[in-house]
Structures are given as C-alpha cells and as structure tokens.
Design a protein around this ligand. Structure first.
Ligand SMILES: [Fe+2]
Length: 288
C-alpha cells in the first residue's frame, strides 16, 4: 500500500465566538499544512447544532478543497444541550421554558441565529441541519488504499447501521486499510473521568466485532483527549485513536491528530494547534 496521511479533527464545539472561530481557522491552517490525503472529523463540530455554528464550520472545512472529507455528527450537533463545552447534559425535565428554548434555539435571547423569519425547512430538525451541510450522517470513503466507514452514534449506534458498515468492511479488498469512525469512545482514556454516555453502547461487543472484521484503525472523538490504544483479540490487532478537542480547558491546548500509514508502519501523532508541533502518540510496524 502506498503511504496515506490522514488528519483526524474533532470536537470544535464552535459557538460562533471570535475566540473559537480564530482557533478553528488556526486548526484548519495547521491541518492543511500537514498535506492530508483524507480529512476525518468525528463530531461535536458545534456547541449546540445551531445553523450559524454549523455554517462557520462548513466554511472552514471547505478550505481543504479537493481533499476528501468524512464528517460525522456528535451529540452536541444533534441533541440540544444547556451545559458548558464538553459538558452535554440532558434537557431539564422540570422547566418547560428551558425545554422549549432548547428545542427552538433561534427563539433564545442573545443567540447569533435569532431570525425574524421562521427558520427554513432545511434547518428545522437537527439531522437535516447537519446533513444539508456535511452529507449523510452515516458515510464512507473508499479508494485503492482505504475503506472507511463512519457511523452516527447519537443517540445510540443502530444495529441496522452497524450491519451495513460490517458488510462494507467485509467487502474491502485484501491489503486495504480498514477504518471505522464514530463520535463516542470505545475505551476509557487516561485523564478523562468517564461520564454516562461517553462510550458507545455495547462498546465491548463492538470492539470484538471490529477485530473480527479486521479493522486496522478506529477513530473517535468526544473524550477530548488525544490517545491511542492497541487492542488485540489474539488474532488481529487494531489501533483505537481519539483526537483532542479545539476547546482549551486550561490544562491542555487544542489539538488534532495526524495519522501516517505505509511502508509497514502506522503512526499517530498529536499536533498542537498553538505551535503545530507533533508529538508521537503511537507507532507500530505491524500494518502494511
Ligand atoms: Fe460529544
């Protein structure tokens, strides 16, 4: 297989603020500088799935030009939340007003998207809002080097969607890099205290299935930590890599991952958005 360079971006939580817009522009600059063959974005592009937030991200991702892009939604893009970045919470059950505002964010005060006209039909429901800008919620990319399937894990992974993904992965020719992408995690990662809903439902079964399908690489977001695990069932090995977030929580700077495959190696690097500097997260000589 000839070499392949992937940039894996995640969790921009773009709220339209000048700070996050500038950070997102810098992140895209850094990612373009890597010269990627493929861009994978694993969800939570927006703070709350508002049309204005999604439009900003769509315009930034357009800057990758002809580089193929696979863009997945996260919980924040599809389920209105009321918490600070990274702290998605369920809708308050005891407040009709909050519930109403969460369902109809354009009616809230101080939001960017306050409109005098009713929202266009295309922006009426969160899934359509997302897919009209970024394509299908369940998507894929195939070229002579790679077979990637991406699934929507919000609110849960759906069996029918997984079955379709499994069929595609089974059909992948020998020697092609098999990638599975989703928003939610499959394993705990250091430095992140797990919260309810952080991991995909039936994550253990899914790991076993992906190993059986000879998946080489899993890409996910949501946990806001750049990390990579090597997982094996004794027959097959697979790298599970999570990307960092754009939001800066004060302890770690914004980052994305760069993945290099080819020449008998697979390497995952964390790239700082502030400096562009890479740090090695994982390296193996197994996949070729
Ligand atoms: Fe998330």
């Amino acid at each position: 297989m000839s070499s392949l360079r992937i940039v894996h971006l995640s969790d921009f939580h773009c709220d339209g603020s000048p700070e996050l817009r500038a950070a997102l522009a810098r992140l895209v600059d850094r990612a373009i500088d890597c010269g990627p063959d493929l861009v994978v974005v694993t969800g939570d592009l927006s703070a709350d799935g508002r049309p204005g937030e999604l439009d900003i991200v769509a315009a930034e991702l357009e800057r990758f030009g002809s580089v193929p892009r696979v863009v997945l939604p996260g919980n924040r893009d599809l389920v209105p939340s009321v918490g600070p970045p990274g702290e998605a919470r369920p809708l308050p059950a005891d407040s009709d007003l909050d519930y109403f505002l969460a369902l109809e964010p354009a009616l809230g005060f101080g939001f960017d998207d306050v409109a005098t006209d009713p929202p266009a039909a295309i922006d009426a429901d969160p899934e359509t809002r997302f897919s009209s800008r970024f394509g299908r919620l369940e998507t894929r990319h195939a070229d002579p080097r790679v077979q990637l399937v991406a699934v929507n894990s919000t609110p849960r992974l759906r069996p029918a969607e997984l079955e379709r993904a499994a069929r595609r992965l089974r059909r992948a020719p020998e020697g092609v890099l098999r990638i599975f992408a989703l928003h939610h995690g499959l394993l705990p990662v250091p430095g992140r205290k797990l919260r309810d809903g952080d991991l995909a439902n039936r994550a253990g079964d899914l790991l076993a299935l992906l190993l059986e399908l000879k998946v080489d690489l899993v890409l996910h977001g949501h946990v806001h930590r750049a990390h990579a695990w090597l997982v094996s069932d004794g027959h097959h090995e697979m790298v599970v890599a999570s990307a960092g977030a754009l939001v800066n929580d004060g302890r770690r700077d914004a980052s994305f991952n760069e993945i290099l495959v080819g020449g008998g190696r697979l390497e995952v690097r964390r790239r700082s958005v502030a400096t562009g500097e890479p740090s090695l997260l994982f390296q193996t000589t197994r996949p070729g």
